[in-house]
Design a protein around this ligand. Structure first.
Ligand code: NI
Length: 205
């Protein structure tokens, strides 16, 4: 076989291997995340109407012009949510310290447990994280519609502890939306703050 052809075949094999590896390792393969190789083709996000932590009803239009780093969870979450919100906060701090345009990114926390997460509860909770973090909650219907738009899965976990003591099962993905409201990228659960900051810097500058 000619050497050039052998090189091409080897190159193709490596290329296919990389594509395969990406497909298997991509965050999109995690539960609750969008499942497609080409991230740019994902249609995710869209209109929502929710109640901000100051009690004002807002739509997605309120966030236009800024990147939105958005995560869905609940304030009673014992570990996963506070960890992700801390990662988001830290990532913005790292970005800012590196001279990046952290102001261009609006961190947002959306409750999928509106029965307990009142605007007041959200205000208290987001104040524990980034000073600019916005908490959003709403009616069961408003929250369900927003979660649907972002393909976020959630469900009240059955618990013997009583009606007010329950956990929520939910997908744990941090989404980055563009200033036009379009999906830019997402971060798999437990993405280190430094890696998140690096990606933000490459997108936001
Ligand atoms: Ni959680």
């Amino acid at each position: 076989m000619p050497r050039r052809l052998i090189n091409i075949l080897i190159g193709t094999a490596i290329g296919l291997g990389l594509v395969g590896a990406f497909w298997y390792l991509a965050p999109g393969r995690d539960a609750g995340a969008p499942r497609t190789v080409a991230e740019t083709t994902i249609k995710l996000g869209g209109p929502f109407e929710l109640v901000r932590h100051d009690g004002v009803t807002v739509t997605e239009a309120a966030f236009r012009g800024k990147y939105m780093l958005i995560y869905f969870g609940f304030t009673y979450c014992p570990d996963v949510c506070p960890l992700e919100l801390a990662n988001m906060t830290r990532a913005l701090e790292v970005l800012e310290a590196a001279g990046g345009d952290a102001e261009a990114v609006q961190p947002v926390f959306v409750s999928i447990d509106p029965e307990r997460d009142t605007p007041e509860a959200m205000a208290r909770y987001v104040s524990l994280f980034h000073p600019r973090m916005v908490g959003l909650t709403g009616s069961l219907e408003q929250v369900a519609a927003a979660a649907r738009a972002y393909r976020v899965y959630y469900r009240k976990a059955v618990d013997e502890g009583g009606a007010s003591e329950y956990l929520m099962d939910h997908s744990s993905i941090v989404f980055l939306m563009g200033p036009d409201g379009d999906y830019v990228t997402h971060f798999a659960p437990n993405t280190p703050a430094d890696a998140m900051a690096e990606k933000l810097e490459s997108v936001v500058g």
